[in-house]
Design a binder for this molecule. Sequence first.
Ligand SMILES: Cc1cc2nc3c(=O)[nH]c(=O)nc-3n(C[C@H](O)[C@H](O)[C@H](O)COP(=O)(O)OP(=O)(O)OC[C@H]3O[C@@H](n4cnc5c(N)ncnc54)[C@H](O)[C@@H]3O)c2cc1C
Length: 538
Amino acid sequence: MKRWNGWGSEETIYPLPESAKDYLKGYIGEGCTAQDATLESMISQVPASRLNKHENVSIDAEERLRHACGQSLPDWISLRSGRIPAFPDGVFYPIQENQIQEIFTIAEDNHFILIPYGGGTSVLRHINPPESSSPVLTIDLSKLEKMLDLDEASLLATFEAGIRGPILESNLNKHGYTLGHFPQSFEYSTLGGWVATRSSGQQSFYYGRIEDLFRGGHLITPTGEISFPPFPASAAGPDLRHLVLGSEGRFGILTRGIVAIKPLPDFEEFYGYIFKEWQGGLTAVRKLISDHVQLSMIRLSDSQETQTTLLLSGQDNLVSWASYGLEKIGYDQKRCLLLVGVTGNRKTAVKAKETATRICRKSGGLSTGKFIGRSWQKSRFLVPYLRNSLCEAGYALDTLETAVPWNKVDQLKNELISAIETASEKLDEKVLVFGHLSHVYATGASIYITFIFRRTQDPDEMLQHWQVMKNAASEVILTWGGTISHQHGVGRDHADFLSREKGDLGVDLLTEIGKSLDPKNLLNPGVLFRGDKLQQLI
Ligand SMILES: Cc1cc2nc3c(=O)[nH]c(=O)nc-3n(C[C@H](O)[C@H](O)[C@H](O)COP(=O)(O)OP(=O)(O)OC[C@H]3O[C@@H](n4cnc5c(N)ncnc54)[C@H](O)[C@@H]3O)c2cc1C
């Protein structure tokens, strides 16, 4: 059973090692274990639905509770404190594509708000029902989960858009193929959600981001339907697939996606390199890119993240022996971990690994062999479960991310860390902040920041602490010309920042597209762009 107030399956537990607890206690103070709301108490709070009974629509209180929040920190605060601002009035599970147009008509006639819902793994409040005088219906696409076509000649596969990562992969793997899209939320996130948020998988360096993989599909909007044929390339005007990529459920519902696939790799391995300090790692990363070394993943952690990751691994004895040995040879507390992946044809992959080792060595990188890479690989989808254990130990964890050209990467990462630390100092709290480069390109990189701070007894105070740190970071990102999101999207949390990135005209353009595809503003109002002009139309 999926956790209702945390990440993942109730059966999976990733315990917080005692040594990590001690470290957090020393660094940011004793965790604050607040009394969490129970499932029963929450179910009893769900108000009566404003919807009439309808086939395929559930108005069950628990079902509505489970669709009221995503996975952002404010969502967790709401769920744990038992103060959820709004619940959907019902959850509709389409089992056929043609039911979507029908539900649009019903919604239009009855002034419903509709929320397209994939796996609910949004971290930016994309799927939360707004507080509204109109009934809110969540459209959960999880029953649209079939593989519809496999075109081996073209290396294309067609899926219904509600399909979750593991089911999609197992369908392809059976035939010897893979999509290779592995966001950390892989276990629960869906094809439609990936496209609608412009998601990026951990091995995007080899497989590409979702916008590279999404070759076509079908969008149903309140004003009609659009098919996107999977042309290998086209000069017929702007590419309309970009109406769906990043549309966050505002322009319609993607019912089918056609994706580019690859044969399953015959070799895959992940390797770790330790550098004496960040700059050595950065030089190696840039060289790996400029020399076009055929890696599938390049991920450079700063020294704080390197230390924290090792502590959280729970392998205390091994970590202290390794630290002892590394310090003896001059790799002290400033050491940084670089993880690289090699994927594909065995011969090419082995050669890429050898080249990577040579390049890393030149910048002082020490090869740790397969051990660290393999343990990363083993826990790549388990790490989010740590957030449950941290929360239970009295700590909150959140992440944020951006991307900038190389000439700003270094400074922006430092500025982000110090902005969050300064914001937290003003709150008279300590925060543990660290970062890594998660996705790298020829022209720049994404910066992924994690921050951990103490929970508080008062949920309003905790939300305020989070907001102050998050705002400080968002301001720094925009000041430095970074994008407000490299992979998580806009949702409600970033909507107010969008015009600073895209300009007023850019946001007006999105609003006008929304107006033409969804004139009654039925779909996900408030997400991506505010659409005040649209509100006036209702
Ligand atoms: C632990 C964790 C790790 C994560 N790791 C990553 C990562 O590595 N990379 C990454 O990119 N993101 C990551 N995310 C963020 C999140 O998983 C992605 O944004 C993901 O793409 C959302 O997919 P979903 O199916 O859960 O969509 P939801 O959260 O259900 O919805 C997200 C948005 O997409 C819209 N939507 C969903 N399906 C459709 C559809 N069929 N048609 C139209 N609109 C639709 C919704 O209306 C909403 O606006 C992570 C999140 C968590 C909690």
